[in-house]
Design a protein around this ligand. Structure first.
Ligand SMILES: Nc1nc2c(ncn2[C@@H]2O[C@H](COP(=O)(O)OP(=O)(O)OP(=O)(O)O)[C@@H](O)[C@H]2O)c(=O)[nH]1
Ligand SMILES: [Mg+2]
Length: 469
């Protein structure tokens, strides 16, 4: 016999005056960037359910609803049909039944229906506008439904009338909280959920359970993001692009074609990793603006790339020495260079050293194959020592920005990293730990599952640290 699964997850209807940020709050709390939000009143015209799902299980469900339009008229009707307190919700149901086909009350019916079906009430007001009596009819109607309720004060603008709002709301709601849907954090999110749990005794256990799952979900999202980033670095650094050619020697076009394909694949890898991370954090509709991935010799080795994404010239040299990249003539060149870092011939020496260690090129285009007709061009794995740090810095930055972005925002996200960001995630010890793996990834040797798992753990630690900071 099929088991009947009863839906016990908590449900809340987000209601209030038009244009007060109801949909923004739904969007933030349901972590859904598809909610319709705009600055013109009357954007939401139908109720719509936004469940927050984890592994197919609904943690809680929010209803976005249109704003009240004719609250006084509805209240007048209810009062004409006044009954004892235990029956008031039935009168509200009668109102809905009698006015179902009346377009005048469409908005009220849409917003009252989920409440009469058992949803708790979240009443949203704009604390940057003064309180006014016109809200009293709305709050009275909500009281008639008999459903547990709380008020959220949102601030759309700078001004602050929250004191007068708190006094007024306190007469109608057991719980009054302030919430900014545009700037959410895990703590704020959980704290609102905790308030929701307090509204009704029977809800305490299920909402607490949802909070526990929600916290696990959050850790899971960090874990999944780290896995995506680790894979991106492994794939990019070990990427090899080949192109068969015929004849004695490859043409210049063939050489630049293999180089272009190689670079394009690196760009595609980064783009698709970013898409996956946006999907993990439920930001599938994100529009962003960002600097292009540096792939030319000069920009890979520029001071700017180094200070924003990766290693400075000096750090590159030290990395080379620490990882044993510098041998023989290289060591002389390296230490000669370090001493000369203070001198004036700096540019030339650094230029020589970086060319020697292939710091400024991605990788050479090599001609391979013995037999005529079976020869091919090859580019990769990545030789540039700075590249994995550049890619890693960009990925970590992108992830923290996506993670911190409220689902209620609709504008373009500008991903402009400043040089201070590098110091927030990369230090000497981490660089040493990472370099060991980067060296392996660019060796062209097979990468063990365990190695990439350990690398992923390093990235997870960085992300966790940055995110919980
Ligand atoms: N700066 C800022 N803007 C906000 C905030 N909350 C909402 N807004 C903006 O206010 C406008 C209205 O927000 P919505 O969430 O669409 O409001 P609503 O109550 O659902 O509106 P209707 O569906 O028309 O009743 C949008 O332009 C939002 O971007 C806030 O906390 N800060
Ligand atoms: Mg709306």
């Amino acid at each position: 016999m099929a088991k009947i699964v009863t839906e016990t997850h908590p449900k809340f209807a987000v209601v209030g005056h038009p244009n007060k940020g109801k949909s923004s709050i739904v969007s933030a709390l349901a972590m859904d960037d598809s909610v319709q939000i705009s600055d013109s009143p009357g954007t939401t015209t139908k109720k719509r359910s936004f469940p927050l799902k984890v592994d197919g299980r609904i943690l809680y469900e929010l209803f976005d609803t249109p704003g009240f339009q004719r609250a006084r008229r509805v209240l007048a009707w209810l009062e004409q049909h006044d009954v004892s307190a235990d029956k008031k919700h039935e009168v509200v149901q009668m109102f809905i039944n009698e006015h179902k086909d009346d377009p005048k009350f469409n908005d009220e019916i849409e917003l009252l229906e989920p409440i009469l079906n058992g949803a708790g009430i979240i009443y949203v007001v704009d604390g940057s506008k003064p309180y006014g009596e016109e809200y009293e009819a709305e709050m009275e109607i909500l009281r008639w439904t008999g459903q547990p309720s709380m008020a959220l004060i949102n601030h759309i603008d700078e001004s602050d009338y929250s004191e007068e709002w708190k006094r007024a709301l306190g007469h109608y709601f057991k719980m009054v909280r302030t919430f900014n849907p545009m700037n959410t954090s895990l703590e704020q999110h959980i704290s609102i959920l905790e308030s929701m749990a307090q509204l009704k005794e029977e809800w305490i256990a299920p909402v607490k359970e949802s909070i526990k799952l929600f916290e696990m979900y959050h850790d899971q999202m960090i874990e999944r993001s780290s896995a995506v980033i680790a894979k991106l670095i492994v794939k990019s650094v070990s990427l090899v692009e080949t192109l068969n050619f015929h004849g004695e020697d490859a043409t210049e076009e063939e050489k630049s074609s293999v180089e272009e394909n190689y670079k394009e694949k690196l760009r595609v890898l980064e783009r698709s990793a970013q898409k996956s991370i946006e999907a993990i954090w439920n930001h599938d509709h994100l529009q962003k603006e960002q600097q292009a991935l540096p792939l030319e010799g000069m920009d890979l080795f520029s001071e700017e790339a180094a200070s924003v994404f990766g290693l400075t010239r000096k750090e590159l040299l030290v990395t080379a020495a620490a990882t044993g990249a510098a041998t023989g003539a290289g060591v002389d060149l390296l230490f000669g260079g370090t001493t000369l870092l203070l001198g004036t011939g700096l540019g030339a020496v650094i230029g020589g050293v970086s060319a020697f260690f292939a710091f400024n090129e991605l990788s050479e285009v090599k001609v391979l194959g013995q037999t005529l007709g079976k020869r091919y061009l090859e580019m990769g794995p990545m030789e540039n020592r700075n590249f994995p740090y550049i890619l890693l810095g960009r990925s970590i930055y992108h992830t923290t920005r996506v993670k911190n972005r409220s689902h209620a925002l609709r504008g373009v996200e500008e991903l402009i990293m400043d040089s201070a960001f590098k110091d927030r995630w990369l230090d000497e010890d981490l660089r040493k730990s990472l370099e060991k793996y980067h060296k392996k990834f660019r060796s062209g040797k097979e990468i063990e599952v365990e190695e990439s798992a350990q690398y992923e753990v390093l990235i997870r630690e960085v992300l966790t640290h940055l995110i919980n900071d």
